[in-house]
Design a binder for this molecule. Structure first.
Ligand SMILES: *Cc1c(COP(=O)(O)O)cnc(C)c1O
Length: 473
């Protein structure tokens, strides 16, 4: 394409002023604001120019209409919320990319109440004086874990950082080489340790660490033994780690702290949720940990929070530590956390979505899959089968141990194969995330919420026509 050609095409692109005064732009300027509309137009015009320079056949036939269509499509996209609800049909309960835990209705109600009105967030109503926001949940958290004292911060990574920084700065902390983990999203034990100012002392080997390894690593500069939940990986086979009770005794004999990063933080015994070999926070403390940290939004099923529970003398040292303020929990989160803890007090595990989903029986899951399959068979022209599937706890918790679940396989859909269907489902107003196996789309029912089945059936029944259109263009 010659330079003249390009010039000609560039000149045919309407200017910003022209676009802004088009009739079809007016309602969008009203809705999104003039600046936002300008940004959208600008991006479209820039993309157009780039395509012309790249020698693409722009502007083709019906140029003004095409520019209008491009702009309208971008304006519609800009009007959609960025953070949106999605349907999780992956069977991964604590899905790290999909917001981890869903909150119980009571937690949502508490958040709304707290957002709408003033609250006694930092006001002691009995004394009529300033109070502590942490006091709102401390008793509840102690009751659920058997701890003497408790403190909450923004998330578990923050809790670990706070503890190491406040309790072990400029001293040595001993960690087993089998527990120097990296949790997704860049939480690495050695990095957090370095940042906190504590010195990491590795001991033992990747698969086996003996009590003597810890004992041999202790020097006059040691302040802490740290146990870290391996969370997202499992070492199988010839493995060994000392009992918590023995580590606790070793720490005590040397005047050291014994801290545990429990990761997910179970408030009930693992078996209650159908999980084998997971230790509850209460059991960690009973077996001698001085302090335990854990997340609020993993298996606990509450909001994003980091909890520190344990001996009062230790927690009191944290309360005075200056960076505590930078990790402060906001009132909406505290409201949700309190409500979730109250559900635990009542033993209402089936009202907390995360624990409820983990506890679903095979029978219930199969029934749900059959009911969804029925809806799909009635509305969608494709092969629909109820199949056993592997679900997962997720959230870097309980790795390599799938949960048995049930799902629905969709194949031979007019819109195309599994990969294509997955992509189309992600583009819906309420995007849907599904699994795939060979060329079948797999809908895991464990993580579906009320009404999701209907939405899915509706979506899959409509996709055919649009999809053919999409692939042609
Ligand atoms: C998940 C996890 C963390 C990080 O917790 P966040 O709540 O995501 O900050 C830290 N340690 C362990 C062992 C974990 O599993």
């Amino acid at each position: 394409m010659g330079v003249e050609d390009i010039r000609k095409k560039m000149r045919a692109i309407p200017g910003m002023d022209i676009l802004l005064t088009q009739d079809w732009a007016a309602p969008w300027i009203e809705r999104l604001g003039r600046e936002a509309v300008k940004r959208v137009f600008n991006a479209e015009l820039t993309a157009l120019r780039r395509r012309i320079l790249a020698g693409e056949n722009e502007p083709g036939e019906g140029f003004p209409e095409r520019v209008k269509a491009l702009c309208l499509s971008s304006l519609t996209a800009a009007d959609k919320e960025n953070l949106r609800r999605v349907i999780n049909a992956t069977g991964v309960v604590i899905h790290t990319n999909l917001g981890r835990s869903l909150l119980a209705e009571e937690a949502v109600a508490a958040m709304t109440r707290t957002a709408r009105g003033y609250s006694n967030l930092e006001y002691d109503l009995k004394k009529g004086a300033r109070g502590q926001r942490n006091a709102l949940i401390e008793d509840l958290l102690c009751a659920q874990t058997g701890a003497e004292a408790a403190l909450v911060v923004n998330n578990n990574a923050g809790a670990v950082l706070l503890c190491l920084s406040a309790l072990a700065r400029n001293t040595e902390v001993i960690v087993s080489r089998g527990e120097l983990v990296e949790i997704g999203g860049s939480f690495r034990v050695p990095d957090i340790m370095a940042f906190s100012g504590a010195r990491l002392v590795e001991t033992g080997t990747t698969n086996r660490t003996h009590l003597e390894d810890y004992a041999n690593a202790i020097t006059e500069n040691t302040s802490m033994l740290l146990k870290v939940h391996p969370s997202n990986f499992r070492i199988e086979g010839f493995t060994l780690a000392p009992e918590r009770r023995d580590l606790a005794k070793l720490a005590q004999d040397h005047g050291l702290l014994f801290m545990e990063d429990a990761g997910s933080g179970l408030l009930v015994e693992g078996e209650t949720l159908g999980l084998q070999g997971e230790t509850s926070v209460r059991a960690c403390l009973e077996q001698g940990a001085d302090i335990v940290t854990f997340s609020g939004d993993k298996m606990l099923g509450g909001p994003q929070i980091g909890a520190v529970v344990g001996k009062k003398a230790v927690v009191d040292r944290l309360r005075k530590y200056p960076i505590l303020r930078t990790l402060r929990v906001d009132k909406i989160t505290l409201a949700a956390f309190e409500a979730t803890l109250r559900l635990y007090s009542r033993g209402a595990l089936d009202e907390i979505p995360t624990t409820a989903m983990l506890r679903l029986s095979q029978e219930t899951l199969k029934q749900r899959a059959e009911s969804l399959a029925g809806k799909l068979q009635a509305q969608v022209s494709a092969k629909i089968e109820v199949i056993p599937v592997e679900d997962a706890v997720g959230g870097g918790s309980y790795p390599e141990r799938p949960l048995s679940g049930w799902g629905v396989a969709v194949s031979g859909h007019p819109a195309g194969g599994a990969g294509h269907l997955q992509a189309l489902l992600r583009e819906l107003d309420v995007p849907v995330l599904c699994g795939a196996r060979e060329d079948a789309l797999i809908i895991h029912v464990r993580t579906l919420r009320d009404g999701d089945s209907e939405t899915l059936a509706e979506a899959l029944s409509h996709l055919g026509g649009e999809a053919r259109y999409d692939t042609e263009h």
